[in-house]
Design a protein around this ligand. Sequence first.
Ligand SMILES: *[C@@H]1O[C@H](CO)[C@@H](O)[C@H](O)[C@H]1NC(C)=O
Ligand SMILES: *[C@@H]1O[C@H](CO)[C@@H](O)[C@H](O)[C@H]1NC(C)=O
Ligand SMILES: *[C@@H]1O[C@H](CO)[C@@H](O)[C@H](O)[C@H]1NC(C)=O
Length: 490
Amino acid sequence: MRISPLAVQALLYALVPLKIHSQTHEDECTHGKLYVTDNQSALIHVFDVSEGKLQDLTEETTMMLPSVGAGQLVYYGPPGDPLIVQYRGQEGLGYQDGFVRVINTGFSHDSHGDHGHVEYTDPSIVSNAIIDECARPIHQVRNDDKIAIFCDGSFSTDPQVNTTVHVLDETMLGSSGSAIVHSRVLQGTHHGVAIPVDDNHLLHSVALKDRVDRVPGTSSLPSTFQVVDYDGNILHELSDTSNPDTHCSGFHGSASVENTFVLACDDVHGGIVVVEYDPQGGGYTSRAITYPPDEKYDSFRIGSFAYHKNSHYIVGSYTVSGGTEFHLAAFSPSSTSIGESNILTLPSDSRQCAYQFEVGTGEHLLVLLPNGVLHVFEIADGSFTQVAKKEIVPNMSACSEATFTAGIGQAFVATPGTRSMYAIGLTHVEEGEIDVFESTLPFTPTAMTVSGFSYDAACTLEHDHAHAESSGVKTSHVFALLVIAGSVFF
Ligand SMILES: *[C@@H]1O[C@H](CO)[C@@H](O)[C@H](O)[C@H]1NC(C)=O
Ligand SMILES: *[C@@H]1O[C@H](CO)[C@@H](O)[C@H](O)[C@H]1NC(C)=O
Ligand SMILES: *[C@@H]1O[C@H](CO)[C@@H](O)[C@H](O)[C@H]1NC(C)=O
């Protein structure tokens, strides 16, 4: 059920004064900083969007990374801090010129009892987390204060370049000794993922046997998953193919929320596998969430996820390879199946260019379509409700014309063809309004992300409201009250 925005606003104004007196000091919040790569240098361009000002974005500083060959620097995975930058490497070199760098964004949030201050120092490359010769880094996963970097390797090179996984311990970044706490060469080469589960526990994909044996034409997608310790002992296997709860074929797409790991399997498997880790007992269990059985979804599968630690729902891109129908599917990791009410069919046969949760609160899913229109959804009871939409890029007709990233109460679309940056303010999205500020970049943008924040210090849409009312109250609590009040009154 939708709560009327006006009613929400009225309640917000009514409730905020009740809390003003409970907190006298301002708790500073940040929108983070925007990091943009360009198409002809190894520079990262940094824009300060931390205070919420989106008009006339101007470059604050740049950072030089190791030079890159053909291709560009990329980011992958949901926004986070520290910033991870990857270069995939050149195919002709077996991708062995690929590398990963960790960037200290200079962000800190100092707590002084009843209030906190956000501060930034200059960004720098973290010197004890240098990863070179990482052949084709694509998927990186953060969990348990660690980041696993998956270097796919190279199949066609002779000899092949095996898949390699590196685990970075975030708590050791910048300290003496290496922050790379584990590196592991896997059998063969494949397009998979590794997830840090716990100290000394790593969940990772396993290549198909034919792939390991280098049978030409074998799929690069994994056969299944296993959990190993850093000595290589297998702690848990997902190898029982007689049961969808205990294996995952053709994996592509993972999500991780604390000790729950979500793996998207192919249509042959028929669903998602959720792996749960029990940190007390050290054991693992797994179970399937099935795709809809309806014939019209024959051969459809999920191939990627959007997720946020605050969202009860994970969203997957649900489609069929080569098809013209595109869906998003929302599901709770505790469910057992995905049904019709969980599925959003995207308009006019258009595949989403990007879909991400707003980073600060995870309450809104942002979806950019090939026509340049941004749609904003809320997900309640596993169903999508559109709260706002707006054309961001005029005359856009293909995803290749734009790059997108979600920020904290903000989002950004950049178009290489026109060197335009569209900075999107979401402060009033609950009232159906989206603000767009266009500026011109002095370079051709290729990829971007938001970093330099912590979830504790991230501005919320509600905070901005309260800010305007000069209360400084952390109104996320107030908003929680509103939702309850809303469902009672409307
Ligand atoms: C970068 O993009 C510009 C157009 O914006 C193009 O002229 C130039 O050739 C591109 N450079 C590379 C290395 O791709
Ligand atoms: C690379 O994978 C192959 C199997 O494809 C295996 O025989 C070899 O031992 C692996 N190399 C390393 C260094 O582990
Ligand atoms: C969009 O396209 C129309 C018709 O092709 C054109 O008149 C208009 O100027 C274009 N707008 C922009 C912003 O490029």
